[in-house]
Ligand binder design. Structure first.
Ligand code: PGA
Length: 249
């Protein structure tokens, strides 16, 4: 039985002044209805950790370097994220793939480092609008999965997030059939790579314009185990509405 997961990706948003949103969220969930993760910008992780000490809300980074340490100015290792209080890390987000040329090979190396540091890797993949229009969606996402998934992937170490690039931050969401088709293909591909038992244990998140008003519909789709939420995770009330929809699904 896969535990449902609501993960919030704050991207490059958030200052100390925004930390009360975390207090509000923590106050709403003295116990966990589903797994909850917030991934703030790295400078906020340790300050957030002090505010979510009950452990109901876990924290995550938004990327990590494949190496444990070294001469890599500006980079952050998985071990540093864990040391700051993170338990998860988002890897291969389309914004990282586009802005920082993080390829499948790099994402796989980052995922290895994350697992080594004791973090859960949230591996993101998804097609562009041009790839969908060309009928290449399943080919693209299964190739990204094959290239990004570390050999040691298990239900405890990896989560896969399907995030169509054209749905991120746009208010556009694929139809339920489109999401079900991709999640079904990802589950089959996971089975091919890891065997049925491990594939069944890996959570598949949908991400891209998940909001309080569409969350219940998305969570009703087969093989959707939760969401990776960007904009709507910045406000406690909005994220809580999505968490509640997931818990009720
Ligand atoms: P969005 O972002 O919810 O703002 O569309 C999702 C994401 O990029 O993870």
């Amino acid at each position: 039985m896969r535990r449902k997961l609501a993960a919030g990706n704050w991207k490059m948003h958030g200052l100390a002044a925004d930390l009360p949103e975390v207090d509000q969220l923590a106050a709403l969930y003295p116990a966990a209805p589903v797994d909850i993760v917030l991934c703030p910008p790295a400078p906020l992780i340790d300050r957030m950790a002090a505010r979510v000490a009950t452990g109901v809300i876990a924290l995550g980074g938004q990327t990590c370097h494949p190496a444990i340490k070294g001469a890599h100015t500006g980079d952050i290792s998985a071990q540093m994220l864990a040391d700051a209080g993170a338990r998860y890390v988002i890897l291969g987000h389309s914004e990282r793939r586009a802005d920082h040329r993080e390829t499948d090979t790099i994402v796989r190396a980052q995922a290895r480092a994350a697992i080594e540091a004791g973090l859960v890797a949230i591996i993101c993949l998804g097609e562009t609008e041009a790839e969908r229009d060309a009928g290449r969606t399943l080919e693209v996402v299964t190739a990204q999965l094959a290239g990004s998934l570390p050999d040691r992937a298990t239900g405890d170490t990896c989560v896969v997030a399907y995030e169509p690039v054209w749905a991120i931050g746009t208010g556009r969401v694929p139809s339920p059939d489109q999401i079900a088709e991709v999640h079904g293909a990802l589950r089959r591909a996971l089975t091919g790579h890891l065997g049925a038992d491990t594939a069944e244990a890996i959570r598949l998140l949908y991400g891209g314009s998940v909001k309080p008003d569409n969350a219940a519909g998305i969570f009703a789709i087969p093989d959707v185990d939760g969401a990776l939420v960007g904009g709507a995770s910045l406000k406690a009330a909005d994220f809580a509405a999505i968490i509640d929809a997931l818990a009720a699904s």
